[in-house]
Design a protein around this ligand. Sequence first.
Ligand code: GLU
Ligand code: ZN
Length: 294
Amino acid sequence: MAEKQNVIGRFAPSPTGTLHLGSLYTALASYLDVRSKQGQWLLRIDDIDCSRNVDGASSAILYALDALGLHWDADVVYQSQHHEYYEAAFMQLSNNNMVYRCTCSRKNIDALIYPGSCREKVVLDVMSYAWRLKTDQRIISFYDEGQGLIHHALDTQHGDFIIKRKDRLFAYQLAVVVDDYLQGVTHVMRGCDLIDSTPKQIYLQSLLNLAQPCYHHLPILVDSFGAKLSKQTRAPVVDLTNPEWVLFRLLGLLSQNPPAVLAKASVSEILQWAISNWQPHVLIGLQAIKLNKC
Ligand code: GLU
Ligand code: ZN
């Protein structure tokens, strides 16, 4: 018998509002994937950017997941409590001479990719600056379980990227790499809109000597104009008074073909069916799923 793989997945929403159908789509897929592998499913609240956090959003997220029967293992982790770990990773990069101060603002960077203008510049403490990570000419290649083989040239497709912002907050790229490591995450399943961040994260993992998890980027739900469902595009609020219907609809959107009788089943029966019949390969290669009506 094959050795049991110790799978750890996670869902990591930012508490910028209540979960819309698009976030629940990712949550459900990652939950089903992990549970079908008898793994652990962890919840992390990505609340590092306090200026974007919305009061009450974290508890609304926990409430929504609970209502849908998506129960997580272990305590919820909050990025806002991990500052010291990000600092330690940052110091490691700094000690290896991999970071530098950058005073540029978005307005004065003409190119799409930051050209490294501040690499050799002397930037004094009193100035306002971000910290960038030095990149080189390597090609980052990875096999994405949803999107296939991906190759990115680090210098021409990414350039030196920010790991600590001018407001002293650690950037998403650094935080997510440190947290996935701290939580022992082996499987990252998330929306395709984040796939361009993955080479940056893999690069950071290699510099920090951290194991690289498996990546699986799912299609994202888009409205009839092709825009990602989000607060900005006024994604409708999900009606949690009928969680069975929400799950049934999500399973349809995940192309899992739930049998019609399942629409009348309980939350736990629906999840049981979905775990036993989970077919992630039907989504391979898809980047967007259009919602006909919201
Ligand atoms: N917190 C991020 C978001 O809500 C997702 C992080 C991740 O899955 O890597 O977009
Ligand atoms: Zn600069």
